[in-house]
Write a protein that binds this ligand. Structure first.
Ligand SMILES: [Fe+2]
Length: 341
């Protein structure tokens, strides 16, 4: 297992909070946590922080689909014709062609950005310089935005006509299809598997099949059965609490801010080790989504209940032939329900 380095191939690796490849531009800091070499596709993961008032001007990607998740702070976002005031755990879907830009409103702004299908994340390498520090610089250096040339899928948009208006309301349910939207914290399509609540923030239709984004939260629990995928990559971000992961050939712990990359063909499982543990997962490609619909049942609540419904792993077993899933051990916990739902 690689730790605190990006391997040169699609190998499993863990990054502690703040680790990655860091680029500074002005008083912005971009930390690359995954790129095409690790993901085996034109995709990247980046953590963006910046001083109060630092901004990334409005731009659009021709081919890159981007998703943003607010990790900390308050962020002003322009998305199409709308403006939003983002706060922690908000989720933003940005299909190709959508003008978007942001400004950090306070000193604690931190965004997680995942990009798929294009090289938009090369912008941070073009704009920035390798940086040894792990927090943004408090400096007044101007950013030379003209460095964003045609070689990077980020085209600045003239925003002189943009209306400065009130903030648009964030959604409590995402529309279907590859449209831009902002989902408020904890909103989305909620479902439950045993004692864990799953919330789909971005489903497969939102990114034309590129990925799904979902939150999982629960109390101290049993490990999920160890398993492997042939094509699917899973990207785990621990947000709260603590998780014990099995990945490849051993166990490791994820604390808040830690990241784990699980490429195809890697045996893995997770176990929530503290109460109210919450993690964000990106799963690519998005056609693995039916797994979660077999595993879970729809759930109206927002927090995991004291008495959980039955764990329906039997439904996953029933549909195993449709899924990119090889189960490597029997599930622990209560015995499976009889088939025939
Ligand atoms: Fe998995």
């Amino acid at each position: 297992m690689h730790e605190n380095e990006l391997p040169g191939s699609q190998a499993p690796y863990k990054l502690d909070a703040g680790e990655g490849v860091r680029y500074a531009f002005g008083n912005h800091l971009a930390t690359r946590i995954a790129g095409p070499d690790q993901l085996g596709q034109p995709a990247s993961g980046t953590i963006l922080t910046g001083a109060k008032g630092s901004r990334f001007p409005v731009h659009r990607h021709a081919a890159t689909h981007e998703a943003l998740f607010v990790l900390d702070g308050v962020v002003s976002l322009t998305l199409g014709d709308d403006s939003y005031l983002l706060t922690p755990s908000d989720y933003v879907n940005i299909p190709p062609g959508t003008p978007h830009g942001y400004e950090f409103v306070d000193h604690r702004g931190k965004l997680l950005s995942w990009t798929f299908g294009g090289n938009a994340a090369e912008a941070y390498i073009k704009l920035g310089k390798p940086f040894a520090g792990n927090v943004y610089q408090e400096c007044r250096d101007a950013v030379d935005w003209s460095l964003l040339d045609a070689g990077v899928d980020s085209e600045l948009v003239n925003t002189s006509l943009r209306a400065e208006g009130d903030s648009t309301s964030k959604l409590t349910a995402a529309p279907g299809g590859p449209v831009p939207f902002v989902l408020a914290a904890s909103e989305g399509e909620r479902m439950i598997a045993g004692d864990q609540v799953y919330t789909i923030l971005g489903n497969s239709t939102h990114s034309n099949g590129a990925f799904i984004a979902l939150l999982t939260e629960g109390p101290i629990g049993m490990p999920i059965p160890r398993h492997r995928h042939e094509r699917v990559t899973e990207l785990f971000h621990c947000l709260n609490g603590q998780m014990e992961m099995f990945a490849g050939d051993g166990f490791l712990t994820l604390d808040p801010g830690d990241f784990l990359h699980v490429p195809p063909k890697t045996a893995h499982s997770f176990q929530l080790k503290k109460h109210d543990t919450r993690f964000l997962g990106f799963v690519t490609p998005g056609d693995f989504e039916p797994f979660f619909r077999y595993l879970c049942v729809p759930f109206d609540g927002y927090r995991y209940p004291l008495i959980p419904p039955p764990f329906r792993f039997d439904r996953v077993i029933q549909h195993l032939s449709e899924l990119d899933l090889t189960i490597l051990e029997r599930p622990s916990g209560p015995p499976p329900q009889p088939a025939g739902d």
